[in-house]
Design a protein around this ligand. Structure first.
Ligand code: ZN
Length: 252
């Protein structure tokens, strides 16, 4: 069985990053008549270098990076507002978000062979570390100095309400990735609603999915879970914040 056969057995709806890129950018330009030259692209994907190969980055320039470990949008509300302010006049916003998971040649999820290495490592390392701590107890050795391991600690706190669901799943590595997908989706939705008055555009496109990392000879895949076009003015206004009236905030 090839790595792609294993992958498609786990994620039957996944497609190569290149195909997903072509399909959705085609949608945006053909169906929605979006000018890709005026589109500002943001990502909320894990910091892991493996995700630099995500194909949207090859087409859309200047990604605004909202994501940190696990793919959570650690740039938060301030990051969302800055992205909203930076959208070119007459353009649209586009956010691609989601967690990632490796798969090895035997079909094991959470592991991958990386470029230039002969030994496998975890992917997503941050999610697999969180899983290990859920299974075996323990926490970051830097709990007393959280600022030195902020994202991992926050990631584990965000996932901990789902610990029983993750640990009782047949495939825990897959399940923690599913939970991360849901958490990231909710946060992107909430942050965009909070920042609705800040967008220098009317339309915000959001594409969410699980990135599946393979070995160096095989393309990465994306299992798309969400694709939405929001009229920014119709976004549910969540926690409208009016305290940030400073000039520095307006000029983010
Ligand atoms: Zn990762």
């Amino acid at each position: 069985m090839s790595i792609q056969d294993h992958l498609l057995r786990e994620y039957p709806n996944a497609d190569t990053g290149q195909n997903v890129t072509d399909k959705y950018l085609g949608f945006l330009s053909d169906e929605f008549k979006s000018d890709l030259n005026k589109m500002l692209f943001a990502t909320s994907v894990c910091s892991d270098d493996v995700n630099v190969s995500t194909d949207f980055r090859k087409v859309l320039k200047r990604p605004f990076s909202m994501g940190g470990l696990g793919g959570l949008p650690f740039a938060g509300y301030t990051g969302m507002v800055a992205f909203a302010h930076h959208i070119p006049d007459g353009g649209d916003g586009f956010i691609f978000y989601g967690p990632h998971i490796g798969i090895n040649s035997e079909g094991r999820l959470g592991r991958m062979l990386r470029q230039g290495q002969s030994h496998e490592t975890n992917s997503c390392g941050a999610l697999m570390l969180a899983l290990d701590r859920f299974k075996n107890g323990g926490s970051s050795p830097l709990m007393e100095a959280k600022h030195l391991d902020f994202e991992q600690i926050q990631l584990e706190e965000a996932l901990s309400p789902f610990k029983e669901r993750i640990l009782s799943a047949d495939n825990q590595a897959k399940e923690i990735t599913e939970v991360a997908m849901e958490v990231i989706h909710r946060r992107i939705r909430k942050l965009s609603g909070m920042a609705k008055k800040e967008f220098n555009c009317d339309r915000l496109f959001c594409l969410g999915g699980v990135i599946i990392n393979t070995d160096p000879g095989t393309p990465d895949y994306v299992d798309v879970r969400h694709f939405s076009m929001y009229n920014v003015n119709d976004l549910e206004e969540i926690y409208p914040i009016s305290l940030l009236e400073s000039e520095a905030f307006k000029a983010l």
